[in-house]
Write a protein that binds this ligand. Sequence first.
Ligand code: SF4
Length: 399
Amino acid sequence: MDSILKFEHLAQNATLEPAEETSFKPAPQLPPCGINFEDQSPHPSQKSNLQRDLGVHHAKMPGGKTIPLLKTMLTSACERNCYYCPFRAGRSGRRVTFKPEELAKSFMDLYRAGVVEGLFLSSGIIKGSVATQERLNITAEILRKKHKFSGYMHLKVMPGAEKDQLRQAMRFANRLSVNLEAPNDKRLAQLAPKKVFLEELVRPLQMIEEIRQNEPGHLGWNGRWPSTTTQFVVGAVGETDLELLSTSEYLYKQVRIARAYYSSFRPVADTPLEHLPPSNRLREHRLYQTSFLFRDYGFDLEDLPFTQEGNLPLEIDPKLAWAQSHLQDNPVELNRAERLELLRVPGIGPLGADSILTARRLGTLRDVDDLRYIGVQTKRLKPFVLLDGKRPTYQLSLW
Ligand code: SF4
């Protein structure tokens, strides 16, 4: 099978998680195109058609730039049997495998043709995690050293990868990820019985953080160590939001992951979980909102309005719920509040808080027009703030 067909096959079958801020933009429906990269660059419409067929995601990088990111795998064969995964051992279906050199060259062909600008590389596990991680690292090294690829590269870390392998991957990748899949060992046993929660999944994230803390950053790719992320499968095995967010809080605060991804469970035919219903996407949204409250807003787990069952209410934004019970009767004076207090107010994010702090050095904020003038959204904050001692006027919501 040629490399493009392999990439297409993987794109059709892969359910690789979101790993950057991805917004998949489906290309217009066009007839299939045959492109020889050696003698021409694809026409723009052919390019977008090919991007669609290859499953290229338009991913927002840290820093804001959006690039076409090829999300693919070294192999779709796997010796493990995770219950949710289309690549699990024993499931019928064609498997495709790249050699490291072949994948690196094929990626570079697409890169030089302008079809992709970055790579997200994962793999099924064959001959153990250590051997699989070795092949991932070799691919990354070939891309960086032989092909001089200097663009964005996200490498998946295999469960149980060794510390030296992590150090090696950190020399080539912009980002590394280890998917926990579940918030603890009990839930993981119901999802992926051959993975070991602490030793194989949490420990690599801890080791990466140890390296970042103790070894000089100039050894990393482009002079800095990569960021880390993880993913959870949400809604398949009865885990609560409290379980997911307790583990997320640990990961954000203790091993400094850049982001936890929450992927709503979707049943895959011919897997042990095929009979389960898909989980609610609104739950995924509330988990993201809450995890950002940990990461960017100084919230702790105990601030959150969990139900008795340990879940977040779906019908209300968690920050708004907190503000309704804490700020309605104790509004925040925007002319005096500390940055962390400002961040507790619905509608004020890190940028808005910084704008308010800057504006206060120049004078007093007296009404919502002053806030609008400095770029702060005012619709949601009015019930929770004072401006120079006065509450802004607002209309009570009828619903
Ligand atoms: S280790 Fe599990 S999740 Fe990863 S490819 Fe294999 S079966 Fe799928």
